[in-house]
Design a protein around this ligand. Structure first.
Ligand SMILES: Nc1ncnc2c1ncn2[C@@H]1O[C@H](COP(=O)(O)OP(=O)(O)OP(=O)(O)O)[C@@H](O)[C@H]1O
Ligand SMILES: [Mg+2]
Length: 304
């Protein structure tokens, strides 16, 4: 029998996989924040989309090992994180939703401190990484400035720098662009895009547009449950010829809500438009090209 060359059999070392299997998390007060969520995530940017209170931070904190699931498991590159928590920790970069206290020390010194905590023992290596990361996040000129004086955008970019220390294979960012102005948000997003080629980046957000622009894979969650998962384009294509719109008077709103499955209502130049999901064209509605917003709002209106 012919043997295959070893190269074909072995996995390239820059491929990463995260499998979340039947995950449940119930908090001490009995609240079930994650209900039977399963996801397969590979290299590239994965968008985790959901409204406030959906369970995004709960899921992310469970993936990074800050809290233990009630049942189910999480396997990173074949290693069960419950059995070997150190493997994911050594390969992880995390930018939490609340980064917490910003101490009165310089950006450089804080990165140095975090690098030591992350186990980067060699001082030359630490220095090289810190200098190159400060460059990458455009904070070189502010390396000696105290972090507590930074603006929101600078803090987020600092947050990315600390997450990237130690060349992680999986980077988890929880609502990173909340509170950033459009220019900072673009800058931040393109930074994430650049680093996502050879690592897993999980981006949690309630901004549909960020997922649309950045993510090749996504999931929508609400009330702790998985509503949809897949490629944004595929999820949009599922709604082809199923989204309809109509301009109405405000007084007719109740009538339309009771007659149609309204997925959103929106003011456009002071006109009120309603959008509905239907397999057939509703009378007097016009067809609309589906967008990721429609996928999102349609999923949220599904009974769960
Ligand atoms: N430690 C906790 N104990 C009890 N309930 C909690 C705890 N942490 C979060 N929750 C609840 O779990 C649910 C999900 O919260 P979570 O913070 O995961 O949502 P989220 O999707 O990150 O929301 P947001 O967009 O506002 O950040 C909420 O109802 C929240 O009140
Ligand atoms: Mg959150």
């Amino acid at each position: 029998m012919e043997t295959l060359p070893v190269l074909l059999l072995s996995k390239p070392n820059n491929m990463n996989t995260l499998s979340i299997n039947n995950l449940n998390l119930t908090y001490k007060n009995g609240f079930q924040a994650i209900q039977n969520i399963s996801l397969e995530i590979g290299n590239g940017m994965f968008g985790l989309l959901g409204p406030n209170g959906a369970g995004k931070s709960s899921l992310m904190k469970t993936i990074v090992g800050l809290q233990k699931p009630t049942s189910g498991n999480i396997i990173f590159n074949g290693v069960d994180i419950a059995k070997d928590p150190n493997y994911i920790k050594q390969n992880l970069g995390f930018l939490p939703q609340d980064f917490g206290v910003y101490p009165k020390i310089s950006a450089y010194d804080l990165l140095e401190h975090i690098a030591i905590l992350k186990g980067i023992k060699n001082s030359t290596e630490r220095k090289n990484q810190i200098i190159s990361l400060l460059e990458k996040v455009n904070l070189s000129d502010f390396r000696n400035k105290e972090v507590h004086t930074f603006s929101g955008g600078m803090r987020q970019r600092f947050g990315v720098a600390q997450a990237l220390l130690g060349n992680p294979k999986i980077i988890i960012v929880d609502e990173p662009t909340a509170g950033l102005d459009p220019e900072e948000r673009n800058r931040f997003n393109s930074l994430l895009n650049d680093i996502s080629k050879e690592v897993i980046v999980i981006l949690s957000t309630h901004l549909v547009e960020d997922v649309r622009n950045l993510c090749s894979q996504m999931a929508i969650i609400n009330k702790g449950k998985l509503l949809k998962k897949g490629k944004p384009n595929d999820l949009i294509a599922e709604l082809n010829q199923k989204i309809w719109s109509k301009s109405i008077n405000k007084t007719e709103l109740d009538h339309y809500h009771s007659t149609y499955q309204i997925i959103s209502q929106q003011l456009i130049e002071r006109e009120l438009y309603i959008t509905t999901f239907s397999n057939e064209k509703p009378k007097d509605f016009i067809p609309v090209n589906p967008l990721l917003e429609h996928v999102y709002f349609h999923s949220l209106t599904q009974k769960i």
